[in-house]
Ligand binder design. Structure first.
Ligand SMILES: Cc1cc2nc3c(=O)[nH]c(=O)nc-3n(C[C@H](O)[C@H](O)[C@H](O)COP(=O)(O)OP(=O)(O)OC[C@H]3O[C@@H](n4cnc5c(N)ncnc54)[C@H](O)[C@@H]3O)c2cc1C
Length: 382
């Protein structure tokens, strides 16, 4: 059990101490500070340098397949709040997140594939997909491959630049009174009379009433310290950015085998590979070759584009298959929001907002997160 380090220097105190400055931790810090509560966020490096900085930034609540309807609903709610959230974050922080609302296009090469996609797109009443035939697709996306005979268009899907989102969350949180401690590693939870009272870091001791573990893939050690074993593993993703010549791409192309996400300066981010259990962040020639070939098969002018950069990141996937968002059992005052796998950017708004409510004592069921609680996760792991 963690001990109290009374001899350690007390660096600061807050009601709520958030560990991790990715999209999840920084969203929590923002939402908690917005409730008027004193907040500290600890980040080992800089906000957005973990998996969040590697993400493409798609808020693909309708295009993605989710493990169940609870997660899908959380994703929808989160995506739909983004326009308002972005306005508020940009106003407070002065950081642009380069939010884009042109929508996503899912092209197909055969009638059968089109029918299958159309059926899936119409599964819910609140979806309003459009069917584009080959002529419409070629008009909307000049230079699309001629073998693409149509597409499903989803106008409500949006996208942004995730590292900017982290900075905007953190910046807005600071404006609302939170303190952001970058380059500060949380090492040890400290417990007194059965409840958490602070965290020892490489800079000294922070005291608090509540701790929220949001360290992405590296959260396991802290969760284990609190007595909750929640296995996480990496799913490595490689991506590449190119700059298109002549005219920009307007819509995000969300194909079965690849996505192409338009950004500023004619850039297109192409991703991503999906390689479970790899901890390195190298980009292999094989990975890069595959991404570029699949992208050029849909948009041949990718071949004439200039290379910008390539990168890789580690998606925090949970063995339980679902994120854990809730109170950590067995240790009073400890909460966690981890395991958002390939949709952390999308889920960040709903996760941060729900966590802020939970910390104030609201009911998990009413907040829409009871299915991401430790109880549900334990039941499913049995
Ligand atoms: C190639 C790729 C593309 C992706 N595309 C998308 C996308 O389009 N849309 C989408 O929604 N998601 C996407 N994702 C997934 C998304 O990136 C993740 O789900 C999300 O970033 C997870 O956020 P996080 O805050 O939990 O983790 P992280 O971003 O990893 O943040 C955790 C932070 O905690 C810090 N930390 C850890 N331990 C400690 C400690 N002890 N003390 C202090 N700090 C600590 C780390 O330094 C890190 O900064 C993609 C991922 C990859 C790799």
């Amino acid at each position: 059990m963690p001990k109290i380090h009374t001899e350690a220097t007390v660096i600061g105190h807050a009601e709520c101490l958030v560990i991790g400055g990715g999209v999840i931790g920084s969203s929590i810090a923002y939402h908690v500070a917005r409730e008027g509560r004193s907040t500290i966020m600890l980040e080992r490096t800089m906000p957005g340098e973990g998996a969040s900085g590697a993400a493409a930034g798609m808020l693909a609540a309708e295009s993605e397949e989710f493990i169940d309807s609870d997660l899908e609903q959380l994703a929808r709610t989160s995506r739909d709040e983004f326009p308002e959230l972005v306005r508020e974050l940009e106003r407070l922080s002065g950081v642009s997140v380069e939010f884009r609302t042109e929508g996503f296009v899912a092209p197909f090469r055969s009638e059968a594939e089109g029918e299958r996609r159309w059926k899936a797109a119409n599964m819910r009443e609140d979806n309003q997909p459009e069917w584009w035939n080959a002529k419409e697709l070629a008009r909307r996306i000049p230079g699309i491959d001629r073998q693409a005979i149509g597409a499903i268009y989803r106008s409500k899907e949006t996208q942004l630049v995730p590292v900017q989102l982290c900075r905007a969350y953190a910046g807005a949180a600071s404006v609302l009174g939170a303190t952001i401690w970058s380059c500060t590693h949380a090492e040890q939870l400290v417990v007194q009379n059965g409840r958490v009272c602070g965290v020892v870091t490489d800079r000294g001791f922070f005291s608090c009433d509540q701790v929220i573990i949001a360290g992405g893939l590296d959260s396991m050690n802290l969760l284990d310290q609190a007595g909750f074993h929640y296995p996480l593993y990496p799913v490595k993703g490689e991506a590449v950015a190119v700059s298109l010549k002549d005219h920009p791409l307007e819509y995000t192309i969300y194909a079965d085998d690849i996505y192409l996400v338009p950004k500023q300066k004619n850039e297109v981010w192409i991703g991503a590979t999906s390689l479970p259990n790899l901890y390195d962040k190298e980009v292999t020639v094989e990975g890069l070759e595959g991404l570029l070939a699949r992208a050029a098969a849909w948009l041949p002018r990718v071949r004439e584009a200039s290379f910008v950069r390539t990168w890789a990141g580690l998606r925090p996937q949970a063995a339980a298959g679902r994120p854990f968002i809730g109170a950590v059992p067995g240790l009073e005052g400890v909460y966690a929001a981890v395991g958002h796998y390939r949709n952390g950017v999308l889920l960040s708004e709903a996760t941060g907002r729900a966590m802020a409510g939970l910390l104030k004592g609201a009911d998990a069921e009413e907040l829409g997160i009871s299915n991401f609680s430790s109880v549900r996760i334990k039941e499913e792991s049995l």
